[in-house]
Design a protein around this ligand. Structure first.
Ligand code: NAD
Length: 558
C-alpha cells in the first residue's frame, strides 16, 4: 500500500540503536520508536524489573509483541532490542516489512558504551573481563541471525551524527521511497489549513485539518489555553512515542504545562477501570476545573479521555487530537464520549463537545495498513451520504489516497469533517438526522458479533454492511441501478471486502440473523436500516420484510 517502509535498526546492545535511530529519524523527518521504551511504558515496569520479576522468557514474549506492532507501522524509524532478532518469526516479519539496518561495533566499543549502564540485565553483577567474554559469546551466537535479517550493514563506530547521515544516504540509494521529508508539509511554507465550524446547542468549536498541524497549530491552541494552562495529555504508549513530542512542544511554546498519562492500547482498555486510573492521576497531580484534557490517539483514546473530561469535576475542557483516519473523519467530532461495559460497547457515556479538534493528516503516514483501510470504510460511508462531489473525488483520487499523499488526505478528511459537522450541528443528540451516519452499521454490528469480534475489523464489517444494505435497497427497488456495483468498486480500490465469502472464517448466516434479531429486540421490535437510494440520498427504513433480510444474509446477493 504505502511506499513508506519502516527503517529498523538492529544490533547488539551498545551498538547505538537508540541514539543513532533518533538522529536518523530526525534527518529523515520521521517519528522514532524504541521497542524497549514501548515495552516499559506498556507494562509500567523497567526492563530490569521485567527480567528479575518475570524472567527472560516473559520479556521475549513482550518484545515479540512490541516488534509485531512496530513492523505494521509505516514511515517510522524503529530501534529493536538486541535479542529480538534471534526469534525466527520476528526476523521474518522484519525482513518482509522493513528495511533492516544492522549496526556493528567492536566488542571493546560495545563494552565501553554500556559499561556504566546499570540497566543491562544480561550483564548485571559481572566484572569487566566476564562482561567482555559474555559479549563475545552473545555476538557470536546472534551474528548469523543479525546478518540474515539485515538489508544493510553499517559500521557504528564514530560520531552519532556522522553515522546517521551515512545511513540516510545509503538508504536513499538502497530504496528511494525511504527518503526523508515524508511527513513534512513542504519545507517552511505554512500548511494549508481547513477550519470547519461545528455548532451544537451545548458548544461550538472549530475542527482544523491540515498537514503538519501538530507542529504549527500553536495559534489556535494559544487562544484557547491562555497563559500557564495545565494540560492533561492522554495517549497510549505507541502513539505517544510516535507523535506526542510535536504536540507537547507546541503546547509548551504556548505557555502550557503538560502532564502525560498513558493508557493501554486497544478497545479492551476503554473501560471504567481505565477511566478510574485517569481520575486518580488527575487528582494526584492536583488538576482543577481550569485544566484542559488533550486526547492524542484514535477513537479509543478519544472516547475514553473525552469521557473523563466530561465527568471529572463535572466537566473539563477537551481538545481532540485524533491520530487515526476513523477518528479524524468521525469519532473526534460530535461530542460522543464513553467507555464499554462488559455487556456492551459504549454503554456508559456522555455527550461532551470538545473546544477544539486538531487533525494533522501527517500522523496518518504511520498508521498500519489495516487501520488506515478501516478508516476508509467510514470515508466511503460519509461520501455515500454526502453526494456526488465527494464520492466522485474519492474515485478520481483513490491512488493518491491509498499512497497517503498529504494533500489528498487533507482534502478528503476536510470534506468528511464538513459532512459530519453538518449532521451533528442539526442533531447533536442522535435523535433523527444523525442516524444516517449508521449506514452499514446494522448489518456490520451483526457481522462483528457473529464473528465473535475476531477475524473481522470494524471497517471490514462496515464495508460488508454497506454492501448488504445496498443489496437490500436493490431488492426493495429503492436503489438506483448499478449503485451497488459502483460503491463496491470504490471499496475494493480501498482494499476493503465486498463479499461475505472474503471473510476467513466466514460467519454462518444463522449467526448473523440471530444477532440481527437481538438488535431488533433492543429497538422495541423494529430493525432499522439506512438504505442508499443514490449517491447523496439515503433513507431510514424500519419496516423491511424479514424474508428479504434473510435473502441478503444468506448470500444470494453477496
Ligand atoms: N465517539 C464517536 O462518535 C465514535 C464514532 C466511531 C467510533 N468510535 C469508537 O472509536 C474506537 C475505534 O477507533 P480507532 O479505529 O481509531 O481505533 P484505535 O483508537 O484502537 O486505534 C487503532 C490502532 O491504531 C494505533 N494508532 C493510532 N494512531 C496511530 C498513528 N498515527 N500511527 C500508528 N498507529 C496509530 C492505535 O494505537 C491502535 O493500535 C472504538 O472504540 C469506537 O467505539 C467512536
Amino acid at each position: 500500500l504505502s511506499p513508506l517502509r519502516n527503517v529498523v535498526l538492529i544490533g547488539f546492545m551498545g551498538s547505538g540503536k537508540s541514539t543513532i535511530g533518533r538522529a536518523l529519524a530526525h534527518i529523515l523527518g520521521r517519528p522514532f520508536v524504541d521497542t524497549d521504551v514501548l515495552i516499559e511504558e506498556s507494562s509500567g515496569m523497567t526492563i530490569s524489573d521485567i527480567f528479575s520479576q518475570m524472567g527472560e522468557r516473559a520479556f521475549r514474549e513482550m518484545e515479540s509483541e512490541a516488534v509485531r506492532a512496530c513492523t505494521s507501522l509505516h514511515g517510522t524509524v524503529v530501534a529493536v532490542g538486541g535479542g529480538a532478532v534471534e526469534d525466527e518469526d520476528t526476523r521474518r516479519l522484519l525482513k518482509d516489512r522493513c528495511i533492516v539496518v544492522l549496526l556493528e561495533a567492536s566488542d571493546e566499543t560495545i563494552l565501553s558504551r554500556i559499561e556504566r549502564c546499570e540497566d543491562r540485565p544480561l550483564l548485571a553483577g559481572l566484572g569487566r573481563e566476564e562482561k567482555l567474554a559474555l559479549i563475545r559469546r552473545l555476538v557470536d551466537r546472534r551474528l548469523p541471525a543479525y546478518r540474515d535479517a539485515a538489508s544493510l550493514v553499517v559500521n557504528a563506530e564514530g560520531p552519532i551524527d556522522f553515522i546517521a547521515r551515512r545511513i540516510a544516504s545509503s538508504l536513499a540509494d538502497f530504496d528511494s521511497s525511504a527518503g526523508g521529508g515524508s511527513t513534512s508539509n513542504g519545507g517552511d511554507s505554512p500548511p494549508e489549513v481547513h477550519g470547519i465550524q461545528v455548532s451544537t446547542p451545548t458548544g461550538s468549536y472549530n475542527v482544523h485539518v491540515g498537514a503538519g498541524l501538530l507542529k504549527t497549530g500553536g495559534d489556535c491552541l494559544r487562544n484557547l489555553c491562555g497563559d500557564e494552562a495545565r494540560v492533561f495529555l492522554v495517549s497510549n504508549p505507541l502513539v505517544s512515542q510516535l507523535w506526542s513530542g510535536h504536540i507537547e512542544q507546541t503546547l509548551r511554546s504556548c505557555g502550557c504545562r503538560v502532564e502525560r498519562a498513558l493508557v493501554g492500547d486497544g478497545e479492551k482498555h476503554k473501560t471504567l477501570a481505565t477511566a478510574s486510573l485517569l481520575y486518580d492521576a488527575l487528582v494526584s497531580q492536583g488538576h482543577d476545573r481550569e485544566s484542559i484534557v488533550v486526547a492524542l490517539g484514535g477513537g479509543v483514546v478519544g472516547d475514553l479521555a473525552g469521557f473523563v473530561a466530561a465527568t471529572f469535576m463535572r466537566g473539563l475542557r477537551l481538545i481532540q487530537v485524533p491520530t487515526t483516519l476513523l477518528s479524524q473523519v468521525d469519532s473526534s467530532i460530535g461530542g460522543k464520549t464513553g467507555v464499554n461495559h462488559p455487556l456492551g460497547k459504549n454503554m456508559i457515556g456522555a455527550f461532551h463537545q470538545p473546544v477544539l479538534v486538531l487533525s494533522d493528516v501527517n500522523v496518518l503516514q504511520t498508521l498500519p495498513s489495516k487501520v488506515f483501510s478501516d478508516g476508509l470504510a467510514e470515508v466511503v460511508k460519509t461520501a455515500i451520504i454526502a453526494g456526488e462531489a465527494l464520492f466522485g473525488s474519492l474515485e478520481r483520487d483513490a491512488a493518491s489516497i491509498t499512497c497517503r499523499r498529504p494533500e489528498a488526505l487533507r482534502e478528503m478528511v476536510a470534506a468528511c469533517v464538513r459532512v459530519k459537522a453538518r449532521v451533528v450541528s442539526r442533531d447533536e443528540r442522535d435523535w433523527a438526522d444523525r442516524m444516517v451516519l449508521n449506514l452499514g452499521h446494522t448489518f456490520g454490528h451483526a457481522l462483528e458479533a457473529a464473528c465473535g469480534y475476531e477475524g473481522v475489523s470494524h471497517g471490514e464489517a462496515v464495508s460488508l454492511g454497506m454492501c448488504m444494505a445496498l443489496r437490500l435497497s436493490s431488492l426493495l427497488g429503492v436503489a438506483e441501478p448499478h449503485l451497488a456495483e459502483r460503491v463496491a468498486g470504490l471499496l475494493r480500490l480501498f482494499g476493503l471486502p465486498t463479499r461475505l465469502s472474503e471473510l476467513r472464517p466466514c460467519p454462518h448466516p444463522e449467526d448473523i440473523l440471530s444477532h440481527l434479531a437481538s438488535d431488533k429486540k433492543r429497538r422495541r421490535g423494529r430493525l432499522r436500516f439506512i438504505l442508499p437510494v443514490t449517491i447523496g440520498d439515503v433513507r431510514v427504513v424500519d419496516d423491511v420484510p424479514y424474508d428479504l433480510i434473510e435473502q441478503v444474509v444468506n448470500g444470494r446477493f453477496t
